[in-house]
Write a protein that binds this ligand. Structure first.
Ligand code: F6P
Length: 376
């Protein structure tokens, strides 16, 4: 009997999505027992019944293409903007799943997508997810696809910034994406030989960073590269954020809506206050060291373009393995990278967790050994 498989990509795009779609599609077609349909723009496309056929011809040319041919969005089934309202469209999505006679839905995305997919699994849909994000912060997988490509792009940027920082005897502060995890800044910072690497997991002290830069000046090196994860915070702000998060958790556990709304407003105000953090840091370093400082925000360039060979291999591995789980009708799982192979992790073990950088991680140890200042 033919199986009907739906695929969607949700959350921020990342290199490797098309390689994964191709991996799933080609493996499924080669079973001669599966038909694939793609839904456009994440969960919204399934809600609005916007789909495209993923046949051999479509799949043939997408391995190396950046972005996602399906389109993506950050829309959540249970909080979907519809006209001027935000509505719970879970039931519509479930109805459409059945209308398309789907036997399984494969949701490719990061932490948010895992959560949304799990909600649908709890509604009885046969769900399998794949972990993608440039942030590499999905729990229970060794790595996510998109990360390697973004790390290459950020490393290349640091390499380029080195020569101009050197020529002008400047501090160049480079802001790297990663949401609340430091993997990308840490990896690119180490690979690019950044002198200072700041990540959310290690709150920083501007005086320590300034001292590290001054020590370089004393040795006759009048430039420095400071790689900063977008979520990095100084010690004071980091404490403030930890307290706000603890209050939010408490309010949630106590089901105290009023307290939750209040703390959410405070968190939003905090995010606004700290939005220009990296710019402020560059200014403070300039004042403290007497060296001119410049800021480069890499932004979405890190999400664009052709995936690296490593990401293509990873996405193909996970995508093709996913079809085996469909064949075995093993659902409610994320297909995770595990060493050279894959493993199925129950979605309930993935959601609500975020994989941040352990402060004793070997990458941190290596960075310290080569005298990189980590801001603490
Ligand atoms: O999760 C991927 C990511 O690129 C984060 O690193 C970043 O914080 C966020 O998405 C940016 O989101 P958007 O593309 O919606 O601005």
């Amino acid at each position: 009997m033919n199986k009907h498989i739906g695929i969607l990509t949700a959350g921020g795009d990342s290199p490797g999505l098309n390689s994964a779609i191709r991996g799933i599609g080609k493996s499924a077609i080669s079973t001669n027992k599966m038909q694939i349909i793609g839904f456009r723009d994440g969960f919204r496309g399934l809600m609005e019944n916007r789909s495209m056929r993923l046949d051999g011809e479509v799949l043939a040319s997408i391995l190396t293409r950046g972005g996602t041919i399906l389109g993506t969005s950050r829309d959540k089934p249970h909080k979907m903007p519809v006209g001027s309202e935000v509505m719970d469209m879970t039931e519509v999505i479930c109805d459409n799943y059945h209308r398309h006679n789907l036997d399984a839905l494969i949701c490719i995305g990061g932490g948010g997508t895992q959560k949304n997919a799990y909600r649908l699994a709890k509604k009885g849909l046969n769900i399998i997810t794949l972990p993608k994000t440039i942030d590499n912060d999905v729990a229970m997988t060794d790595v996510t696809f998109g990360f390697d490509t973004a790390m290459e792009i950020a490393t290349d940027a640091i390499d380029r910034l080195h020569s101009t920082a050197h020529s002008h005897h400047r501090i160049i502060v480079v802001e790297i994406m990663g949401h609340n995890a430091g993997w990308l800044a840490l990896g690119a910072g180490i690979a690019g030989g950044a002198d200072v690497i700041l990540i959310p997991e290690i709150p920083y002290d501007v005086a320590s960073i300034s001292n590290a830069i001054r020590r370089r000046q004393l040795r006759g090196t009048n430039f420095s590269i400071v790689a900063v994860a977008e979520g990095a915070l100084n010690k004071k702000d980091s404490k403030k954020l930890a307290k706000l998060r603890a209050r939010k958790l408490k309010a949630k556990q106590a089901k105290d809506k009023k307290a939750r709304v209040q703390v959410e407003a405070e968190l939003a105000a905090f995010a606004k206050e700290t939005a220009n953090n990296t710019q402020r840091l560059a200014k403070e370093l300039e004042e403290n060291t007497g060296l001119e400082a410049r800021l480069t925000i890499l932004g979405h360039v890190q999400r664009g373009g052709t995936p690296t060979a490593t990401d293509r291999v990873l996405a193909t591995r996970l995508g093709s393995a996913c079809v085996e789980f469909v064949e075995r009708e093993e659902y409610g799982i994320m297909v995770a990278a595990c060493g050279e192979g894959v493993k199925a992790v129950p979605l309930r073990d993935v959601v609500g967790k975020r994989k941040t950088v352990p402060v004793d991680h070997p990458w941190i140890v290596s960075a310290r050994r080569v005298n990189t200042c980590l801001g603490d």
